[in-house]
Design a protein. Structure first.
Length: 173
């Protein structure tokens, strides 16, 4: 990996963890809906994968964000569900192919599906292991998937806005 790749990974992880530690708890207390957590996750993962386009990118973003999140909110162990979602997103984008994921034709639909699948996994894990039976797991996981859909749409808009400014991932990505 190049230095610019490491920088992007660190920036995406820092963005995700700081916003998750500050804004997500407020949103959760007001709504008891997980949408914001998923939005932050997928936007950060999508931006990092769009730029770096290497296996391990989303996983590293997720691991670093998890470490930072635990430093900022030590009791938030449910974040491990998002760590798993990062690995899933990493594997799915690699399996589908980065060029296909970010192509104008198939990319948007593919990334919407991959974002939903990844956050659905997060919701399953969080609901089953960290909510202590307080929520119906299937419903909770589907709410996470809806948050992943919103995050994927937001991430796509951000990637398209960055591309419209003439910014492209570095050659060799």
């Amino acid at each position: 990996m190049r230095a610019s790749d490491v920088s992007i990974i660190a920036l995406c992880a820092a963005l995700w963890s700081v916003l998750n530690a500050t804004l997500a708890p407020i949103f959760w207390r007001l709504t008891h809906m997980p949408f914001l957590c998923d939005l932050l996750a997928i936007v950060s993962l999508m931006l990092g994968v769009w730029w770096v386009r290497r296996l391990g990118t989303a996983t590293l973003i997720g691991i670093i964000a998890t470490i930072l999140n635990f430093a900022l909110r030590p009791g938030a162990i449910h974040f491990l569900g998002f760590t798993a979602a990062s690995v899933v997103f990493d594997l799915l984008t690699r399996a589908c192919g980065y060029e296909r994921c970010f192509s104008p034709r198939l990319g948007p639909a593919l990334l919407l599906a991959l974002g939903m699948a990844s956050t659905w996994i997060a919701g399953l894990l969080i609901g089953a292991f960290f909510m202590g039976g307080r929520v119906p797991v299937l419903t909770f996981s589907l709410l996470h998937a809806a948050g992943g859909l919103i995050g994927s749409a937001t991430g796509l808009v951000l990637v398209k806005a960055i591309e419209a400014r003439g910014v492209r991932p570095a050659a060799g990505a």
